[in-house]
Design a protein around this ligand. Structure first.
Ligand SMILES: [Mn+2]
Length: 359
């Protein structure tokens, strides 16, 4: 199957268009985002893949979104995580369930059963499809891409001859944001967290737009990154782009100004976590990122050891965020002496005393 076999052409001229990807079962966040952007029947909404998996309510999310499509202004594109109902008998499913909360877990919860209640995986698959074969059909019939006057929306990416892109590639290609394409339109993708493409050393979950390569990376790392968010790209009726986001992090009030005048931030993202540790204390440790040779200060609690090697425990940024008293920021985590925060989609550190985290 090729992209051209499951391509929908659509006119969005004169309509405000809202694009959201990688909802991953977070129905409440999705609803909050729709409310925040003031979504109405006058808009077009494009859900750019990965409704299912990872989050807490994939079944509820798919039901809600399918219902939305009934109004005629909502379009859904398939993502690699949306093939659950076709993967029920795959060998990897049960092992995968050991480290991710999946649609299968939700089904067990919904039916009050456990995997041991099914003699074989085939029996389990049949039980799921007894209830959800209708959704299996719905997911199968979703387009791989939607092409409009100025945009191509696809979950992961395209090859040189976009129409000939194999469906599998369109759904799973990694890091498309860093590649080039020959289409004379902007290609909007999700699938791969935009934060992985650090620009100027910043760890940002905001939507990344590259005008030169005509690529927009939407995925805010919702359910994949600890500080992730659900992003919405808004194509206004005059064609301008704006963006909005929601997340599940707690807010905190800034009670003291904090500013770092000179810094050169670094960001290291999955899976490139190997570091060499030099000197440090309980707060920060001087380290070298092995694959890039970058020397930086790492928050000491971030260092983990495995088989005699040292690694970052997760994505890491050494950026210090400027904040002003009265501002509201999101709290990602509290560590010795310093708090990791997110301000306007960018993650970084502030000394703990600049925040009021009591409320
Ligand atoms: Mn995906």
């Amino acid at each position: 199957m090729k992209l051209k076999d499951k391509l929908v052409r659509l006119s969005i001229r004169g309509k405000r268009t809202i694009v959201i990807s990688d909802i991953h079962g977070e129905l409440e966040l999705f609803k909050k985002l729709l409310e925040q952007v003031d979504f109405s029947r006058d808009d077009i909404l494009i859900v750019n893949g990965d409704i299912l998996d990872k989050g807490r309510n994939s079944l509820g999310t798919m039901k809600y979104i399918r219902q939305l499509t009934g109004a005629g202004n909502v379009y859904v594109i398939e993502g690699n995580c949306d093939r659950f109902f076709d993967e029920l008998e795959e060998e990897w499913l049960y092992p995968y369930m050991d480290y991710r909360y999946t649609v299968a877990h939700e089904f067990l919860k919904e039916t009050g059963t456990t995997l041991t209640d099914y003699k074989t995986q085939h029996d389990f698959a049949e039980a799921v499809l007894d209830v959800y074969s209708d959704y299996q059909t719905w997911f199968r019939n979703l387009p791989t891409a939607i092409e409009t006057e100025d945009y191509l929306f696809v979950h992961a990416g395209i090859e040189d001859d976009y129409l000939e892109t194999p469906r599998e590639v369109a759904l799973t290609m990694p890091e498309f944001y860093l590649s080039n394409h020959h289409l004379d339109k902007k290609v909007v993708v999700g699938h791969y967290p935009a934060a992985n493409f650090a620009e100027a050393g910043l760890y940002s979950h905001g939507i990344k737009v590259n005008d030169e390569r005509r690529i927009i990376a939407l995925d805010g790392g919702n359910q994949v990154k600890e500080s992730g968010q659900l992003n919405a790209l808004l194509i206004e009726t005059d064609g301008t782009l704006t963006m909005q986001a929601v997340d599940a992090l707690e807010s905190a009030l800034v009670i003291q100004d904090f500013e770092v005048t000179l810094q050169e931030p670094h960001t290291f993202t999955f899976p490139d976590y190997n570091i060499r540790v030099m000197d440090g204390d309980d707060y920060f440790t001087f380290a070298e990122h092995v694959s890039t040779g970058t020397q930086f200060m790492v928050k000491t609690e971030w260092i983990i050891e495995k088989e005699g090697q040292t690694y970052l425990k997760d994505d890491y940024t050494d950026y210090f965020v400027d904040v002003k008293a009265g501002e509201e920021v999101k709290v990602v985590g509290q560590y010795a002496g310093y708090t990791l925060i997110k301000k306007e989609s960018v993650v970084g550190w502030v000394p703990e005393e600049v925040l009021d985290t009591s409320s």
